[in-house]
Design a protein around this ligand. Sequence first.
Ligand code: HEM
Length: 486
Amino acid sequence: MMLLVLCSIFLIFLIWLVSTVVNNMLLARELRRRLPNFRSIPALPVLGVILHYRRDRTPPGIFATFSGLHQRFGSDLISQSFLNLPNLQVTSASVVEQVLQAKTIRKSIIYEFMKPWLNEGLITSLGKKWAQRRKVVTPAFHFKILEEFLAIFNERSEAFVIKLQNHLGKGDFDIYEYITLCTLDIISESAMGVKINAQDNPNSSYVKSVKEMSRIIFLRLFSITREYKIFFLTSKAAQRQKVALSELHGFTDSVIRERKSQLKNDHSQKVMQEKLNETDIYGKRKMTLLELLLNISIEGHSLSDADIREEVDTFMFAGHDTTTSCISFCAYHIAQNSLVQDKLVSEMVQVIGKDFGNAVLKYSVLQELKYLDMTIKEVLRIHPSVPIIGRKSADDMVIDGATIHAGVDIAILIYAMHNNPEVFPNPKKFDPERFNEENSSKRHPYSYIPFSAGARNCIGQKYAMLEVKATLVKLLGSYRLLPCDP
Ligand code: HEM
């Protein structure tokens, strides 16, 4: 009897497996027919293209593999993941433009891994909800507000520079951890108005949970079984995620509660109303994202605590991980390229003064550092903080004149685009001059998109550039960065 049950289960599984694989392969064939300019990555039944990602393949590393596949097979590819589920991997500027400009936006599966933490905040929300939220949050990034945030950037990056003193003259070390703590301090103060003092308390539960959750999101992103949630739910990572989420949501909830009760106080309400007044939003007083969210209403309703939490959590994630890797790779490339470092320092001396490391940095001064701007752009080319973004085709998505079935995942491989030798000759060479006005004007606007492009571009890009610049000025004002083991 038992044997019969087991055989029946196995048979049902086999039928499911074969029909899924056959369906997916037919879908892939249809995509090939509709998109003749796309090439296919050779795939095996069931395994899809997995073998191309074997660890012993050269060049090593997942992003180098992505770029290698595009160099071998073509700019725009039809790929097949586990069980032959077809997806598109695009890198040519014109196709990327069509995907990012599509009228109905849907996001690919990779955003599902963020939802347990971020729920439907600005990164993951769609349609009307996204449009309303984007509209109300945009004033928080007006340049007058950013100017106010500079006080936080100055203070926190000075603390970061002091923390590095322990390593002076002691050889190579990994700067990433220090920068993570610094950017966490900066974003929590500007988004929530809360000093979490991560640099002084690197082992606090909140800081550890942010790092844990970020790690789990990235692990899921590159898992071969990522389409099948059951594998994650039965893993140890799911348990760790549960613990981290309880800490993260608990913390944001308590900050929201605290700010709300402060607002009930008459005096705070008066100050807040003044801040909200049209001229004051863009005026002198700093208003955190959280204060803004607590005081706005959409279609006559104020936002619920859950609404506010998803946006605050979204900014905590998007606003620290990205700038951390950007600043870390800036430090790395500046250390490896002493001529670039010399040029940066002489520009800082010229624009800010000899003692630039101790200067109080202002918005207008940072805008004048043109070579620094070009250097950061080159870092974001060679090591983009967001190396892949994903979309899912909706009914009306048209690529190269052909309508694509709804529900096909499309990966826009920013890393491969930025390291394409046809667009950026000798792509491994670090050369900020690629971003002088003359060279920039020769390229298709969608060939370099570290902050994405179109309606869903990065809302925090000006904030990010200012933060990165301020931190690098402080860093180079105190230390000479020496080349390390690549
Ligand atoms: C070097 C730093 C940064 C880079 C390279 C970067 C890159 C990006 C990219 C590529 C996207 C598009 C994502 C997608 O379409 O799926 C994005 C969206 C977003 N970024 Fe950034 N980002 C950076 C810093 C920041 C900062 C500092 C903040 C907040 C303070 C932020 C907040 C956001 C938000 C909320 C979105 C979603 C926007 C929307 O869909 O309306 N980012 N970012």
